[in-house]
Write a protein that binds this ligand. Structure first.
Ligand code: MGD
Ligand code: MGD
Ligand code: MO
Length: 551
C-alpha cells in the first residue's frame, strides 16, 4: 500500500459520509457551501444536528449551513492559516489538546506549538476579522465534542496557500486526536461525481494509478512490463501549467476531455490567448462547449447515462454505473474512443510490436477493471463481480477477501507517525488597494453546474437562476453609489464584466461574490491565475476588483 500516504495528499476524505449522521459529535465546516454544492452530505450533517451534534461554520459568506450552525464566524477570505493557527493556540493554551495521541502517533509537535503560540485570538482577530471570543468558543466546541469532523471544500484549497491551508486542517485534527477514529478526520468534499476516480486512475502529473510515483524506477518498471510503456521518469505538467506552456510554444498539441477551460480556468482572456497558439487542439465532450469551439477536432463522447463503468465518490467509494440508454447520434463512450485512438497510434508508431498486438482491445469496462486491480494496490480487490454482489467498495481494498476501508489511519498513519507542519500565515497574491478596493471570491450556486454546458440546457434549472449577478453588502452599495441601479461593471487587472447585483448581508463588507457559471458575464475574466506552489491550484477565491454602477 505504498500509495496511501500520497493518497492523503491527493485529497480523499479520511472518513465516510454515513459516519457523519451516525457518529460525529461536532462539525467544523469551512470553505464548503455544503447544502448547495453537496446537498446529500448536508443531509447527513443535519441528521447529526437533530441528535444533538454541534455545527461550527467558518466562511466569509453566511451560506445556508451557516444559518443552521450553532456557531457561525465570518472572516476575510484568504486568512485561513491565521485562524486555524488561532484555534490551535486556544486548544493548547486551555490544555484541550490530546496528549496521548500527540505522543504516540505524531512528530513535530514542538515546532508546531512554537508557531501557533504566536497566533493569539487577538492577533487573529486583527488579521481575519473573527472576534477573539468567537474563535475561543469554536476551539472549545471542536476540541471537547469528540469525534469532531473537519469538512472543507474549495474555500480551503483554491488559494496560493491552498496546501498550507490543507496541512493546517490536518494539524488541527491531529492536535485534538480526531484522526483514525470513526466520525472524525479531515474530509475534503470532492467536486465532480468521479473526480476521485480520475485521480485514483493517475489523472495527475506525478503518479500512475493508485498514487504510485512516476519517478520511482521500480514502479516505472512494473508499468513498463505491463503496458510496454515508453514514458519517462519525469513528472508532467499540471492542467494549469499546460495552458501557459501552450501560450509560449512548449506545448504544441492538447487533448481536452470533459473539461471546459475557456470558462473554468482563471484569467480566461489569457487562457484563450494561450489555447489559440496551439497547433492541434482536440476536444472530447458531450456538447459543443466554449473550448470545443476553438478545437481542430471535436470527438463526441457519450454521457453518464449512456455507458457502463464505475464512479468513485469522495469518500473513496467505488460504485457501478449502468447504461440506461444507447449513445445518441455518433457519440461513443469515452473509453471506447480512447481505445480506438490508441489502437491506431500503436499500429503506426509502437516499436514494441508484442504490445501493439495485445493492447487496448478490452471487450468492456469489466476487463479494464481487472487490469486496474492487477496494477493498483488500493484497488487490488475490486472486481465487477464484487461490486454487483456488495454494492460498493471503499479503497484501500488490497485483496479479493479484504472488506474495504471506511476510514483511514486507524491505529497508525501509513507513513508511520503523523507529521505536524509548523506554518505561518501568508497573504493572498493580490490584495485590494485604492484602484481595486474589493476582494472578489467566486464559487457555485445550487441550480447551476460549473460552466453550464449541462444545467443551462435545462429549462427548469435555468429558470431558477437565469442571470449572472454579484453579491454585495448594503454598506458597499452605498460606498460605490449604486443608488438604485440594477447593473454593475466589475473590473480587475485582467478583464471586466457587466452583471446584475444582489444586495445582501450574507456577505462581509469589502467582499463581493460572483458565481462562475455564466459565459456572458464570466467570473474568470476577472480571476487571478496565481498558483499554489505545490498543488498548482489557482487562487479562485481571492483577487482584487473595482465595482461601478452601470446606467
Ligand atoms: N450545484 C452545484 N454543486 C456542485 C458544483 C456545481 O457547480 N454546482 N460543483 C462541484 C464541484 S467540482 C466542486 S469542487 C464542489 C465545490 O463545493 P464548494 O467548495 O462548497 O463550493 P464553492 O462555491 O466553490 O465555495 C466554497 C465556499 O468557500 C467559501 N469561501 C470563499 N473564500 C474563502 C476563503 O478564503 N476561505 C474559506 N475557508 N472559505 C472561503 C465560499 O463562501 C463558499 O461557501 O461543488 C460540487 N458541487
Ligand atoms: N472562478 C472559479 N473558477 C473555477 C472554480 C471556482 O470555484 N471559481 N472551480 C474550479 C473547479 S473546482 C472545477 S472542478 C472546475 C470545473 O471546470 P470544468 O470541468 O471545465 O467545468 P464543467 O462545466 O464541469 O466541464 C465539464 C465538461 O465535460 C463535459 N462532459 C460532461 N460529461 C461528460 C462525459 O461523460 N464525457 C465527456 N467527454 N464530456 C463530458 C461537459 O459538457 C463540460 O463541457 O472549475 C474550476 N473553475
Ligand atoms: Mo471541483
Amino acid at each position: 500500500m505504498a500509495g496511501l500516504a500520497a493518497a492523503f495528499g491527493s485529497g480523499a476524505m479520511t472518513n465516510s459520509i454515513p459516519e457523519f449522521s451516525a457518529e460525529t459529535q461536532c462539525f467544523l465546516i469551512t470553505g464548503s457551501n455544503t447544502s448547495e454544492a453537496h446537498p446529500l452530505v448536508a443531509t447527513h450533517v443535519l441528521e447529526a444536528k437533530e441528535r444533538g451534534a454541534k455545527i461550527i461554520v467558518i466562511d466569509p459568506r453566511e451560506v445556508q449551513i451557516g444559518r443552521l450552525a450553532d456557531l457561525y464566524l465570518r472572516f476575510r477570505p484568504g486568512t485561513d492559516v491565521a485562524w486555524l493557527n488561532g484555534l490551535m493556540n486556544v486548544i493548547i493554551s486551555e490544555g484541550l489538546e490530546d496528549r496521548a495521541f500527540i505522543e504516540e502517533r505524531t512528530e513535530g509537535y514542538e515546532e508546531l506549538r512554537q508557531v501557533v503560540m504566536e497566533y493569539t485570538p487577538e492577533r487573529v482577530e486583527e488579521i481575519s476579522g473573527i472576534p477573539a471570543d468567537g474563535l475561543r468558543e469554536a476551539a472549545r466546541l471542536y476540541a471537547t465534542n469528540r469525534p469532531s469532523a473537519i469538512i472543507y471544500a474549495m474555500g480551503i484549497t483554491q488559494h496560493t496557500t491552498g496546501t498550507d491551508n490543507v496541512k493546517s486542517c490536518a494539524n488541527l485534527a491531529m492536535l485534538s486526536g480526531n484522526m483514525g477514529i470513526p466520525g472524525g478526520g479531515v474530509n475534503p468534499l470532492r467536486g465532480q461525481n468521479n473526480v476521485q476516480g480520475a485521480c485514483d486512475m493517475g489523472g495527475l502529473a506525478n503518479v500512475y494509478p493508485g498514487y504510485q510515483s512516476v519517478t520511482s524506477p521500480d514502479i516505472h518498471e512494473k508499468f513498463e512490463k505491463a503496458w510496454g510503456s515508453t514514458s519517462d521518469l519525469n513528472v508532467g505538467l499540471t492542467v494549469t501549467e499546460m495552458i501557459d506552456a501552450a501560450g509560449d510554444g512548449r506545448l504544441r498539441a492538447l487533448y481536452v476531455m470533459a473539461e471546459n477551460p475557456m470558462l473554468s480556468d482563471p484569467d480566461i482572456n489569457h487562457a484563450r490567448h494561450c489555447l489559440e497558439q496551439i497547433e492541434f487542439l482536440v476536444v472530447q465532450d458531450i456538447f459543443l462547449s466554449e473550448t470545443a469551439e476553438l478545437a481542430h477536432v471535436v470527438l463526441p463522447g457519450a454521457s453518464y447515462a449512456e455507458k457502463d463503468g464505475t464512479f468513485t465518490a469522495t469518500d473513496r467509494r467505488i460504485q457501478r454505473v449502468r447504461k440506461a440508454i444507447e449513445p445518441i447520434g455518433e457519440s461513443r463512450p469515452d473509453w471506447e474512443i480512447l481505445c480506438e485512438l490508441a489502437q491506431r497510434f500503436t499500429f503506426h508508431v509502437s516499436r514494441n510490436t508484442q504490445h501493439a498486438s495485445r493492447g487496448w482491445d478490452y471487450p468492456s469496462p469489466r476487463e479494464i477493471m481487472s487490469e486496474i486491480a492487477s496494477l493498483t494496490p488500493i484497488y487490488g480487490g475490486v472486481s465487477y463481480e464484487r461490486l454487483e454482489r456488495e454494492g460498493s467498495l471503499q479503497w484501500p481494498v488490497p485483496a479479493a477477501d479484504h472488506p474495504g476501508t471506511p476510514y483511514l489511519h486507524k491505529g497508525k498513519f501509513s507513513r508511520g507517525l503523523g507529521h505536524f507542519h509548523a506554518i505561518h500565515f501568508q497573504e493572498a497574491a493580490e490584495l485590494p488597494d485604492e484602484e481595486y478596493p474589493f476582494i472578489l471570491t467566486t464559487g457555485r450556486l445550487m441550480f447551476q453546474f460549473h460552466t453550464g454546458t449541462m444545467t443551462r440546457r435545462s429549462e427548469k434549472l435555468e429558470q431558477e437562476v437565469p442571470q449572472a449577478y454579484v453579491e454585495m453588502h448594503p454598506q458597499d452599495t452605498v460606498r460605490i453609489g449604486l443608488d438604485g441601479a440594477k447593473r454593475v461593471r466589475v473590473a480587475s487587472r485582467r478583464g471586466e464584466i457587466e452583471l446584475g447585483v444582489r444586495v445582501t448581508t450574507r456577505i462581509r463588507p469589502g467582499v463581493v461574490f460572483i458565481p462562475f457559471h455564466f459565459a456572458e458575464a464570466a467570473a474568470n475574466a476577472l480571476t487571478h491565475a496565481a498558483l499554489d506552489p505545490v498543488a498548482k491550484i489557482p487562487e479562485y477565491k481571492v483577487c482584487a476588483v473595482r465595482v461601478e454602477p452601470v446606467g
